[in-house]
Design a protein around this ligand. Structure first.
Ligand SMILES: Nc1ncnc2c1ncn2[C@@H]1O[C@H](COP(=O)(O)OP(=O)(O)OP(=O)(O)O)[C@@H](O)[C@H]1O
Length: 454
């Protein structure tokens, strides 16, 4: 495997040496002023740069460093730049974040901590890169952000059925992205130039749902002043997305089934059979099989709509997707609200990874939106997100070596646990420790989710 290249911009030879020894896992290239930094950037295109803000000709002042940062961001905006500032120079650190730096680090340099920061930045850079490559390869599915194995499997499944007309049933908890998937399937299908019409069966009163779906003729009922098309007809040629199909009243289920079998509709109060050509995608967070058993959902309709079911995984089962999505939403809301928030503290990242996200992506969006609007500085902390930073989680500024090590340990455990598919023996093996040691570490760091096997 080729090593990642990182660029260290620092005019202190001692520090260059120290970092060279710290970053043995990477190809390290150096620069000692603005011009050489830019030359190295062009030549090596590093994903991560560490940049000392105190550069010649005026090393006591951060201005040359900030200028260098601006040039790097203008030339290669995706580069993750970690700025290194003088002790207690928080003001310039925040200015740098404001200009687009990924993170900051205050001197004196501690090898373990900076290694962690670089590792995290590289990890994020490759997650983002992978996601861009995947999105490019699947134009219609591009709106689905996520690299995790579980979401990729589902995306491939969706992609395969997109070109066909089979009825698809999207299953998954609320906020997992069922509607996003439905739209992506439509956009990836031969029907993409035709309408995509969505209707939520749970949000329309029972007595109105029929005319919403099938339309009505003038005079069909009091108030029916003119003939009106229903959603089914509006979707002609395209795709109809029936969200919360489990909430469709049983009487209407019969009429829906008839339409799906015969592909003709009759408007309410109408006598003519009108042929309609649509593809139907349904979604629900309910357990339709259980509803079939207790007779609240028709079995024949269940089989008709669910020729191919797709289960969208909850966010907590999507590995590091939460970080990728969080970054995307942070950037999006920052622009939308012209806000200050630019990056996450270490504590915020740990807290997001540990949180179970019962409301899934929608919950993540809500938490981020309020954090971005409320944030007073460029760095979003766990508390801004309404999440508690746990005992093993600390905020950015801590340089305490013991805490840094503990944090690295807990992160490695989480990574190994995911890589080992939640198998404890394999996790222990990957980490090079015995099972009892692993259990005691899990206890020490209070990793409840791993303890209970969630
Ligand atoms: N993979 C994704 N990438 C980016 N944004 C996403 C993704 N999946 C979902 N979202 C966003 O998350 C929010 C919830 O998605 P969506 O409405 O599709 O979920 P849902 O499962 O249909 O929810 P519900 O069952 O509550 O209707 C939306 O704002 C959507 O834009």
């Amino acid at each position: 495997m080729t090593k990642n290249t990182i660029l260290v911009v620092d005019d202190d030879l001692g520090i260059q040496k120290q970092l060279k020894w710290s970053f043995t896992d990477y190809d390290v290239v150096f620069a000692d002023d603005r011009a050489s930094a830019i030359a190295q950037l062009r030549r090596h295109e590093p994903k991560v740069v560490t940049l000392d803000l105190g550069l010649p000709p005026d090393p006591a002042n951060a201005s040359e460093g900030l200028k260098t940062l601006e040039e790097i961001i203008a030339l290669a905006p995706r580069t993750k730049v970690i700025v290194v500032t003088g002790n207690n120079d928080k003001e310039n650190a925040l200015r740098a974040i404001d200009l687009g730096a990924y993170d900051f680090y205050q001197k004196p340099i501690d090898s373990d901590t900076i290694k962690l920061l670089v590792q995290r930045a590289l990890n994020l850079a490759s997650l983002e890169h992978e996601n861009r490559v995947l999105a490019k390869a699947r134009p219609g599915m591009g709106r689905i952000i996520g690299n995790s194995e579980s979401i990729q499997l589902v995306t491939r499944r969706a992609e395969k059925i997109a070109g066909t007309d089979v009825s698809t049933l999207l299953l998954g908890e609320s906020g997992t992205g069922k509607e996003v998937f439905a739209r992506s399937i439509h956009e990836h299908s031969p029907r993409k130039e035709k309408p995509f019409v969505a209707i939520n069966c749970a949000s329309i009163p029972e007595n109105l749902l029929e005319s919403e779906l099938f339309g009505y003729e003038k005079g069909a009922f009091t108030g029916a002043n003119k003939t009106t098309l229903g959603k089914i007809e509006m979707a002609h040629g395209g795709t109809l997305f029936l969200d919360e199909i489990g909430d469709m009243p049983i009487g209407l289920q019969a009429k829906m089934l008839r339409f799906l079998q015969e592909r003709v509709i009759e408007r309410v109060g109408g006598r003519n059979e009108i042929p309609v050509d649509i593809r139907v995608i349904c979604a629900t967070h309910r357990d339709l099989q259980a509803m079939v058993k207790e007779d609240s959902f028709r079995e024949d309709l269940y089989y008709r709509i669910g020729e191919i079911p797709i289960f969208i995984p909850p966010l907590r089962d999507r590995e590091q997707d939460v970080l990728l999505l969080a970054r995307t939403f942070l950037n999006q809301y920052r622009e939308e609200f012209n806000a200050k928030a630019k990056t996450f503290s270490e504590g915020a990242i740990q807290a997001m990874m540990a949180h179970k996200w019962p409301g899934n992506i929608r919950e993540l969006q809500n938490k981020l939106k309020s954090a971005v609007i409320m944030a007073e500085s460029a760095v979003v902390h766990a508390e801004d997100l309404g999440l508690m930073a746990g005992n093993s989680e600390r905020e950015q500024e801590t340089l305490n070596l013991r805490e840094v090590r503990e944090q690295a340990e807990s992160r490695a455990i989480r990574k190994a646990y995911q890589a080992a598919d939640k198998n404890m023996s394999k996790t222990a093996e990957l980490l090079g420790v015995t099972r009892p040691t692993l259990y005691s570490l899990i206890d020490k760091y209070q990793m409840e989710d791993i303890k209970t096997g969630v």
